[in-house]
Structure formats: structure tokens, C-alpha cells
Design a protein around this ligand. Structure first.
Ligand code: ADP
Ligand code: MG
Length: 397
């Protein structure tokens, strides 16, 4: 689960991290009062959407000359004018996709005098099985670009879970970020704070881009992007309360109600598969034959008929889906249950696109019988390879 920048900053502030003062607003009427709570004379009006790259983003509806999603304002009047222009409009950034995201919240923040922009993130480094810091002096820009062009400017530092962020580790991070004087003292304090926030709140990603050194020599968290491990949310009611469903994919919200592992993607072949490994392999083979999957969907091991029905409905409700591939290897999951789910979903919502079904494993004969006797227009497939070729051919013609 992701949260907004202003929520992430409030959370980091509770742990003692240096963040600027700021006020979130939901309508332009609130802009003036919000700005009056800040010291001034420099303000920043920041779009709150669950995507990065806002500063360089475009409000396409406002024409080619409109300013981006993060704007400096030199007076309260400018804060108000910018707020009125930005709220309710669609911001398109590198991370939103072409459709963009409607800006329903703004964060009015105290403007900082920036000397240097740095990059810092904390993530779960699966290659070493530890939480790791990733830092670079090249902040404020795309870290992927830095990684591609000047990888030597990035330090990845795994943290020993027993020891936490030791002085030695914090010193290495300070060195990599070239922090000196007050900024170095701030850094030595900040890194353990961020690590504590990350582990205590079960984050999966904490990205601060940029972390800044101000002209007064002190360090400040200027942007904050936080994702939480969905499997640990049950123990964080405070985090759950920050969920903004308007930022999430409707299909993913529906899937989460049925406990389905579902991720919406950009392609046109809807997939219903059991087991994450088989789901990945199915997506790979669809790509191999020249098409793109519309989703990742693992219905899980012991899915009920209701769950399968819900899953099938989510796939068919996606207007991008031009064909569906059901690929089930029945182990714990029985093929007849899948078949019943598919048939009942099709009876409810109809079938407007080609459907290829490949069943194998427990109760496969019964599963095939249910499909065959249902009168549905199903293309049967013998194995994964055959199934992928058939659905790609059905969709591409
Ligand atoms: P995004 O990464 O989505 O573009 P950021 O929060 O990183 O959004 O803001 C983009 C840039 O705007 C920053 O790199 C920084 O240069 C500037 N900026 C953001 N917040 C402030 C602030 N409070 N004071 C001064 N400049 C800011
Ligand atoms: Mg940023």
C-alpha cells in the first residue's frame, strides 16, 4: 500500500526526522489559511498523487505552457492562484501513465533554500536478504538514470538486522553523501531514525528524493515516497487509516476484497492462473508469442467457486481485455472448481472475447466435462505452449 507525501512526512516527523512545516488542503478555499500557518515568504504548492515525477509533470488540460505539479510561490496570493489552477486537474508524470492522475489534494509547504539535492532510499534487498540503504549525491533526478549512466555514484549498504544502523554504517552513508559539518551531524542522527521508521512500520520502500542540504548547512527530508508491506498491514491500523482508495486501481481494490493476488497491467490478454510461479510463466509465454498480459492474477491454492467467479468478473470488466487465458494446474486447486467458477461467471456477465482454457491435474476430466457441457464457446488447449499460442492467435487474428 502507498501513501501520500504529506502523510509520509507526518509519519517520519513522529520518528524525529527533519521535515518542513506544511498543511494539506482538499479545496482551493483552504489555500490562504494554510499558507498563513507557514513562515513564508517562500512557499511550495505540491500535488499529492501516488506517483513521482510531479515536478516535471504536465497538466495537459491546462495547455503546453502550464507549470508542473510542484510549484514555487513567492506570496500567499501565488499560493492561492496556483492551488485554484491545480486542484481538480489531471497531472501526467513519468510514473502515472498517459492517463495521468487527478489532483484532489495539495500540500502547501514551507519553501527551503536548497544547497544540494541528494538521494536516499531504504528497501528490502532480496539479493542479500537484508534491509539496505541506497544513497547517491545525485538527488532530485531519476535514480534509474543515475544507475544507468553513473552507477559508481550510488552506494548500496545492507544493514545487519541485529546491529541496526551502527556508527560505522552511518559514517559510510555520510561519506557517500559527502556530508560535512552540521549536515554530517544531522545525517548521523537521521539514518537510524529512518531505519527505525522503516522496520517498525513494516515499510517495503522509503524513498527520499531529494534529501537536501540547505544553505544554513542543515539536512531536510524534501520529498518522501513510502510503500508498506501489505502482508503486515493487519498490525498497523494507523497506516491502514491513511489508505486513499481513489489512488488505487478499482480492479485491484475489488480483487483485494476477495483476497486475490491481482496486479493490473497494460496488455490485452487477461490471465487467470493458480500459483504465482505459474502466473509468471504464463505472462512470460504470452510475451514470447508477441502479446502482452492485461494482468497478473493468482487465484491461490484452495480458491472457492465464489473466488474464481469474482476473479473472472474482474478480468472481463477490464475494457482492455481482448482475450482471456485460463491456465490451471490443479494440485490443491481442483479443476472442477475452476470450471464451475468460470461457467458461473460467464453466465452472470457474458463472454464477449475469446476464452482459452488449459486445465491439468486434479479432477481434470470433470473440469473439462463441466466446460464442454456448459455450451460456452471455449477454445480448449492441451498445454501451456499450445494455450499461449491459441490465445495470442485469437486476439491478434
Ligand atoms: P517529485 O519528485 O514528484 O517531482 P519533489 O517533492 O521531489 O517531487 O519536488 C520536485 C523538486 O521541487 C525538488 O527536487 C525540489 O527541487 C523542489 N522542491 C520540492 N519541495 C520543495 C520545498 N519545500 N522547498 C523548495 N523546493 C522544493
Ligand atoms: Mg522527488
Amino acid at each position: 500500500m502507498n501513501i501520500h507525501e504529506y502523510q509520509a512526512k507526518a509519519l517520519l516527523k513522529e520518528f524525529g526526522a527533519p521535515v518542513a512545516s506544511g498543511v494539506p488542503i482538499f479545496s482551493a478555499d483552504e489555500a490562504e489559511a494554510a499558507a498563513k500557518k507557514l513562515p513564508g515568504p517562500l512557499y511550495v504548492v505540491k500535488s499529492q498523487i501516488h506517483a513521482g515525477g510531479r515536478g516535471k509533470g504536465k497538466f495537459t488540460e491546462l495547455g503546453p505552457d502550464a507549470k508542473g505539479g510542484v510549484r514555487l510561490a513567492k506570496s500567499i496570493e501565488e499560493v492561492v492562484a496556483n492551488s485554484a489552477e491545480m486542484l481538480g486537474n489531471t497531472l501526467v508524470t513519468k510514473q502515472t501513465g498517459a492517463a495521468g492522475k487527478v489532483v484532489n489534494r495539495l500540500y502547501i509547504e514551507d519553501g527551503a533554500d536548497i544547497d544540494r539535492e541528494l538521494y536516499l532510499s531504504i528497501l528490502v534487498d532480496r539479493t542479500v536478504g537484508q534491509v539496505a540503504f541506497v544513497v547517491s549525491t545525485e538527488g532530485g533526478m531519476d535514480i534509474e538514470e543515475v544507475a544507468a549512466s553513473t552507477p559508481e555514484k550510488i552506494l548500496t549498504l545492507p544493514i545487519d538486522p541485529d546491529a541496526g544502523v551502527t556508527d560505522a554504517a552511518a559514517t559510510r552513508l555520510c561519506d557517500a553523501l559527502e556530508l560535512t559539518g552540521d549536515a554530517r551531524e544531522d545525517g548521523m542522527k537521521l539514518f537510524p531514525i529512518l531505519y527505525k521508521a522503516f522496520t517498525e512500520k513494516d515499510m517495503s520502500l522509503l524513498e527520499i528524493n531529494p534529501l537536501i542540504v540547505m544553505t544554513d548547512g542543515h539536512v531536510r527530508v524534501l520529498d518522501a515516497k513510502v510503500s508498506f508491506d501489505g502482508n503486515a498491514l493487519f498490525r498497523h491500523d494507523d497506516i491502514m487509516a491513511l489508505r486513499d482508495k481513489s489512488e488505487e486501481d478499482e480492479k485491484e481494490i475489488e480483487a483485494s476484497k476477495f483476497d486475490l493476488a491481482y496486479v493490473a497491467l497494460d496488455g490485452d490478454i487477461g490471465c487467470m492462473v493458480n500459483g504465482a510461479g505459474l502466473a509468471m510463466a504464463t505472462m512470460d509465454i504470452i510475451k514470447l508469442y508477441g502479446a502482452e498480459p492485461a494482468n497478473f492474477l493468482d487465484v491461490g491454492g484452495g480458491a472457492s467457486k465464489e473466488k474464481v467467479t469474482a476473479a473472472f468478473k474482474i478480468i472481463t470488466a477490464d475494457p482492455n481485455v481482448k482475450g482471456i487465458l485460463v491456465n490451471i494446474f490443479g494440485g490443491i486447486m481442483r479443476c472442477d472448481v475452476i470450471a464451475e467458477g468460470v461457467v458461473s461467471a460467464v453466465k452472470e456477465v457474458g463472454l464477449k472475447v475469446p476464452l482459452v482454457v488449459r486445465l491439468e491435474g486434479t479432477n481434470v476430466e470433470l473440469g473439462k466435462k463441466i466446460i464442454n457441457e456448459s455450451g460456452l464457446n471455449v477454445i480448449a488447449a492441451d498445454d501451456l505452449d499450445d494455450a499461449a499460442q491459441k490465445i495470442v492467435k485469437a486476439v491478434k487474428g
